[in-house]
Design a protein. Structure first.
Lengths: 131, 299
């Protein structure tokens, strides 16, 4: 059964963290079509989290067509329309990032500097795409 | 929203003790079905507000409406729909747990003793133990089970987890959130610990110096606020009045802004803010009266 986590210092709203974890798990193949997500009740009692937050996350995932709720049975992962990233794309992106990281560390950056650089470039790229 | 969609409404509520005002101009509308945190430093007026809500105190000014009824005119029927857990989970220490349950049943119009017994059995708390010999965490669980046995529509808790160790705190919140998941109960609790509020609450009320300084749906509040980090500047950035807090270091300035009213100039980066930092920023603001920031509830 899929297990959620919560990072209370990330600044990302808890409901969004839950959505992102499922999105990511589907992308990486940890969650397959037809897999059942835990019941809201189970997530609530596991994480000591507000049930409205979990319900909101599940609603959002249904809206994104990531999962389908079947009354009385549970919430199940959908067949993804845009098929999950192909394994070769994933491997090549991962390898590219690892190469870049090794260069960054070799140049003397520490973890925080790497994160700051990544965030800054990421934001800039996103802004350029919007403009 | 109609009146009954609000579990609690206050209008211009103030409470004056001999020493002065403990609470002033408190106007709130809190949605039913939610988990609402009342946050503020010690002495901010949290306990006063909670006692006004459950009818243990009468307001000096304004009105308090709970579940659609004026509290000052509350009948036993209205009161039976409200549960209250005072600070430090008071129990009769020499009573056994079973005696506490019988006492609860005798004192309440509505009391589901079976529910309380099942909850306590699940937690492994023996009914024949005297309350005073239980651990702090277990006493808190007994007090919570008693409050939940009333099947209240509104459950008010004053600093429920302040005295508990981290594990007992987690277990207490697990039970409390489980009760919310079963549906039908609105939870209002006070805390001076801001950490980890985000996971248990969907609504926030920040009190400081007897006044409400921030209130709203937490996701909305977080979406509306941004941290802007950019080069240090001396110009007045707060023409729009949207800057909550500005912190300057030698070369850069960090602004907490609301509504994203300030356009992001080149060289500035916008970041989301964590709930804890948001609350602290509002608590650091000077205490002169100003309108509370309200979000997420249609007036």
């Amino acid at each position: 059964m899929f297990v959620f986590r919560l990072d209370t210092h990330s600044g990302v709203p808890p409901y969004l963290q839950l959505v992102q974890q499922v999105r990511q798990a589907v992308l990486l193949g940890f969650l397959q079509p037809g897999d059942r997500l835990p019941l809201i009740r189970e997530v609530v009692e596991d994480l000591a989290i507000n049930p409205n937050t979990v319900a909101k996350a599940y609603r959002q995932m249904e809206q994104e067509n990531l999962v389908t709720g079947r009354p009385g049975q549970g919430t199940f992962v959908n067949e993804q329309q845009s098929a999950a990233m192909s394994a070769s794309t994933y491997t090549s992106l991962r390898r590219g990032l690892a190469t870049w990281l090794r260069r960054a560390y070799a140049a003397g950056l520490d973890e925080q500097a790497v994160n700051a650089l990544f965030t800054s470039v990421h934001q800039q790229t996103r802004n350029e795409d919007v403009a | 929203m109609t009146a009954t969609e609000f579990a609690l409404r206050t209008d211009g509520v103030g409470k004056r003790y001999r020493k002065g005002w403990a609470l002033r101009d408190c106007t709130l509308a809190l949605p039913a079905g939610g988990v609402i945190a009342l946050v503020g430093p010690n002495g901010a007026g949290k306990t006063t507000l909670l006692r006004l809500v459950v009818g243990l105190l009468a307001p000096s000014t304004g009105t308090v409406e709970v579940l659609g009824h004026d509290v000052t005119a509350s009948t036993p029927q209205t009161l039976s729909r409200v549960g209250f857990l005072a600070q430090d989970h008071p129990l009769y220490k020499r009573f056994t747990v079973a005696e506490m349950l019988r006492f609860g049943r005798a004192c309440n119009l509505r009391f589901d003793q079976g529910l309380a017994e099942r909850r306590l059995a699940k937690l492994g708390i023996p009914l024949d133990r005297r309350a005073g010999t239980l651990s702090g965490g277990q006493q808190a669980q007994v007090a919570l089970a008693l409050a939940l046995a009333k099947r209240p529509d509104l459950l008010v808790l004053d600093e429920p987890v302040a005295s508990l160790d981290p594990l007992a705190r987690h277990e207490f919140l697990q039970v409390l959130m489980g009760a919310v998941a079963e549906g039908g109960v609105t939870v209002l609790f006070s805390s001076h610990v801001v950490h980890e509020l985000e996971r248990v609450c969907d609504h926030l009320v920040v009190l400081n110096h007897g006044r409400v300084t921030l209130t709203g749906d937490i996701d909305t509040l977080l979406a509306e606020h941004r941290l802007l980090v950019g080069p240090r500047t001396a110009t007045d950035l707060d023409r729009a009045g949207a800057v909550v807090e500005a912190v300057h270091s030698d070369r850069h300035t960090t602004l907490l802004v609301r509504d994203g009213a300030i356009p992001t100039a080149p060289g500035w980066q916008a970041q989301p803010i964590a709930l804890e930092d948001l609350v602290l920023a509002y608590l650091r603001r000077p205490s002169e009266p100003r309108a509370a920031v309200t979000s997420g509830v249609a007036a």
